[in-house]
Write a protein that binds this ligand. Structure first.
Ligand code: AHM
Ligand code: MG
Length: 337
């Protein structure tokens, strides 16, 4: 069997060849990857590890927290606090940012994460994931305490993004802005080994992912887009489309990276600003990965990575994947008022 490069080796080679990976960022990626290993281990124990079920409390988003949401959040905070690579962290599970305690050295990076994406799948044994995004603290923050505003940078400024997927295999998919690489956890030796990359998503696969039960939230444009596709070969497009929806964006995005297709979670047309997914730690990192793999990501009109965030937990409509399909969604949308 061929010996595939480990994540550590890949990172060291990136540091040497591309000169795009400062030592602090390498430490950050390795630390996140190590925490994801631990999270994956806890998830795989399931009921035996007494980690399933809810806590009976809500997070800042008003969502009931699963035990694993909190465990994974703590694991990521603990792993990243002391290494000296971070200035602060932010998470889907915390109301505001988490500063690095004064007893530890501070670095120049900001880490954002969704500790468990697809939480509703945890208790039924389906794939879930961890999504992360890395920004640099702005220069004006030097010498003072980091604030929430320092995090509000457009996605185009991300220096790294990725996700771990806890499914049939435990995977880590990563971009440092120089392509997308997939690593599979080799459980026997505890190492991440490269299994794909640089990854280019296939274009032209007629497969879309949308929660059809949210039909009442769609604009007429989104409804038309979906109706044309479910009409199949008898419809205006003359093509059969397939539909997949896992309830875990990580799993849907992973399928799209490997097999092609498009993912849609449009904003709720009935109320401005109402949407399901979060810009800073869901849409932005996934948009960076998808663009790096040759796809596109918009809020149905505007490129996700160009959006200027206005708050940490801001929600946004999201359409990502196949370039032609993302463009087709923009075409059926009504022009902005
Ligand atoms: P979460 O991070 O709280 O789990 O929420 C995000 C998830 C995505 O993974 C997924 O695409 C979406 O919510 C599923 O929403 P729905 O319940 O409408 O199917
Ligand atoms: Mg999520």
């Amino acid at each position: 069997m061929t010996q595939r490069p480990t994540l550590t080796r890949f990172l060291i080679e990136q540091q040497r060849q591309e000169n795009i990976l400062p030592a602090e960022l390498r430490l950050l990626i390795e630390t996140v990857a190590r925490a994801c290993k631990t999270i994956g281990h806890a998830i795989s124990k399931g009921a035996l590890g007494e980690v399933l079920g809810s806590l009976g409390q809500e997070n800042v988003q008003g969502e009931v927290q699963k035990k694993l949401d909190v465990i994974a959040n703590e694991l990521l905070l603990d792993a990243n606090e002391w290494g000296g690579h971070l200035a602060a962290m932010a998470s889907e599970e915390m109301e505001t940012i988490h500063l690095i305690p004064n007893r530890y050295p501070k670095g120049e990076y900001l880490l954002l994460f969704d500790p468990i994406d697809g939480s509703s799948n945890i208790d039924v044994g389906l794939s879930v994931g961890t999504i992360f995004s890395v920004l640099k603290a702005p220069p004006q923050a030097e010498g003072r305490e980091i604030t929430e505003e320092d995090f509000l940078q457009p996605g185009v400024t991300q220096v790294a993004a990725g996700y771990a997927m806890y499914g049939p295999q435990t995977l880590l998919v990563l971009t440092l802005g120089t392509g997308v690489y997939e690593f599979t956890l080799d459980r026997e030796v505890g190492a991440w080994r490269m299994t794909d990359g640089p990854l280019q998503m296939p274009q032209g696969n007629r497969e879309f992912a949308i929660n059809m039960a949210r039909r009442c939230q769609w604009t007429p444009g989104i409804a038309r887009y979906v109706e044309e596709r479910i009409a199949g070969s008898d419809g205006p497009l003359g093509e059969d489309y397939n539909m997949r929806w896992t309830g875990s964006m990580v799993a849907d995005v992973h399928r799209i990276l490997k097999r092609g297709g498009v993912f849609l979670y449009p904003a709720d047309a009935r109320k401005a600003g109402k949407a399901r997914l979060r810009l800073m730690y869901e849409a932005n990192p996934m948009a960076m990965l998808i663009e790096q793999a040759g796809g596109a990501a918009t809020d149905a009109q505007t490129r996700i990575l160009d959006l200027q965030p206005t708050s940490l937990h801001q929600r946004v409509g999201l359409v990502l994947g196949d370039r032609a399909e993302v463009a087709a969604v923009a075409e059926v949308m009504e022009p902005c008022a």
